[in-house]
Design a protein around this ligand. Structure first.
Ligand code: PMP
Length: 432
């Protein structure tokens, strides 16, 4: 009997060891980690550089409360993180995960508005579908009705605009008119809400769990930035899944040259070696908040030296092993393989993504884009079939939790061609 109750009653195999892209359970079965956990373990499992840095930190101090001490580990990680950001984003605040980071970004934005006499601004517009975390604040900006509806009385659901899913709407993703079409829905929403009430717009640069590696159409991101500027709305970029190199750039938003006001990081930031998240904010946002008495926010474990030492070593490994370039290169190879599978398997209706944030979506009909019947629960069944074959992939229902199934295929950035062969071959068998 287990005393754990993570989700349901089903028991999972017990993890014994993990090395590189492989994991073993206590029965000795081997799995290829084709989802890097939940798009977390970007540099692979048990990297010796990171383990050594963590051991060294453990020998010095495992905890120092942030209101009592700075630590060398947090200072070094903050500096290394700021160095990877667009110019001007250099104020770093650490937390222990993605939901905490999203909360922190929204609270910083709000405290900035208050500090500069814009207290009327409080709404954070987000997209639907989207996923930004499981705490009540992060759920309020999550566009996934099956997750948010049960908690509606406990939070204030924020306004949503449609995610730019050109592939479902039959629009050309290469045509900037398509990007403008979706971005202009944001502007219409800001105007309808009243710009003086809108604090921020929150989005992922490439959609993750909720939309299955959704790459925005040409022109979208740039136009979103313009619209935010025009209405004095802050742009918060949730790079929890896309950040730290996964899409073939350190930040996903770099692909469009868009500079957010606040960047949200977690997952790949410490790559599964420790619970770590963070926000990186524009200096101009943080200074008025500090002048007005400081950022009234924080978590006990935030910035703990062990997590920061892990994060710093992870950034060093990403750099030393050229993993961002590898994500682009291996991603192109894996995407071509997924497209080959699409040519062989009618059930795949779309292949998409950037770098090693890749997905395919099941459809009943490629022409009409009709989803598979909901009761098939194809996404769950497929993940289980692949798991039984020793390949871990990740899935959620795509279309607002109602219908549509996508499978994310996102191995660690250290993946090599023979392992991509193994992924392709196993997916092919699982699809068959
Ligand atoms: N934002 C995004 C884009 C995510 O994918 C996730 C987690 N899947 C979160 C926020 C929340 O992160 P966490 O689970 O670490 O709280």
């Amino acid at each position: 009997m287990s005393h754990l109750f993570y989700q349901g009653r089903g028991r999972k195999p017990v993890l014994d060891q993990a090395r590189g892209v492989y994991m073993w359970d206590t029965d000795g079965r081997r799995y290829l980690d084709g989802s890097s956990g939940a798009m977390v373990c970007n540099i692979g499992h048990s990297d010796e550089t990171v383990l050594a840095a963590m051991r060294a930190q453990m020998e010095r101090a495992t905890f120092g409360y942030r209101l009592h001490f700075e630590t060398e580990a947090s200072e070094k990680l903050a500096a290394a993180t700021a160095a990877r950001m667009p110019a001007g984003l250099d104020k770093v605040f650490f937390v222990s995960g993605g939901s905490e980071a999203v909360e922190s970004a929204m609270k910083l934005a709000r405290q900035h508005a208050l500090a500069v006499g814009q207290g009327s601004r409080w709404k954070v517009i987000a997209r639907s579908p989207s996923y930004h975390g499981c705490t009540l604040g992060a759920l309020a900006v999550t566009g996934y009705s099956s997750l948010t509806a049960p908690f509606a009385p406990m939070m204030r659901e924020m306004p949503k605009v449609p995610a730019p899913r050109a592939y479902l709407d039959g629009l050309d993703p290469e045509d900037p008119a398509t990007g403008h079409h979706y971005a202009d829905m944001l502007e219409a929403r800001i105007e309808a809400e009243g710009p003086e009430s809108v604090l921020a717009f929150l989005c992922e640069p490439v959609g993750g769990a909720s939309t299955g590696a959704l790459v925005p159409p040409a022109g979208y991101m740039e136009r979103v930035r313009e619209i935010c500027d025009r209405h004095g709305v802050l742009l918060i970029m949730d790079e929890v899944m896309t950040g730290a190199g996964r899409t073939g750039a350190f930040l996903g938003c770099e692909h469009w040259g868009v500079r957010p006001d606040i960047v949200v990081l977690s997952k790949g930031f410490a790559a599964g070696y420790a619970p770590l998240g963070g926000i990186v904010a524009d200096d101009r946002l943080v200074e008025p908040v500090l002048d007005a008495g400081g950022f009234a926010h924080g978590f006990t474990y935030a910035g703990n030296p062990l997590a920061c030492a892990a994060g710093h070593a992870v950034l060093q490994v990403i750099e030393a092993e050229g993993l961002i370039g590898r994500a682009a290169e291996m991603g192109a190879s894996l995407k071509a393989r997924l497209e080959r599978l699409m040519a062989r398997h009618e059930i795949i209706g779309d292949v998409r993504g950037k770098g090693l944030l890749l997905a395919f979506e099941f459809m009943a009909d490629r022409e009409t884009r009709a989803p598979l019947p909901r009761e098939w629960r194809a996404f769950e069944r497929f993940v289980q079939i692949a798991y039984d074959m020793g390949l871990i992939v990740y899935s959620r229902r795509t279309r607002d939790g109602i219908e549509g199934d996508h499978i994310l295929v996102c191995p660690p950035l250290i993946v090599i061609e023979p392992q991509l062969d193994e992924i392709e071959e196993t997916l092919d068998r699982a699809l068959t």
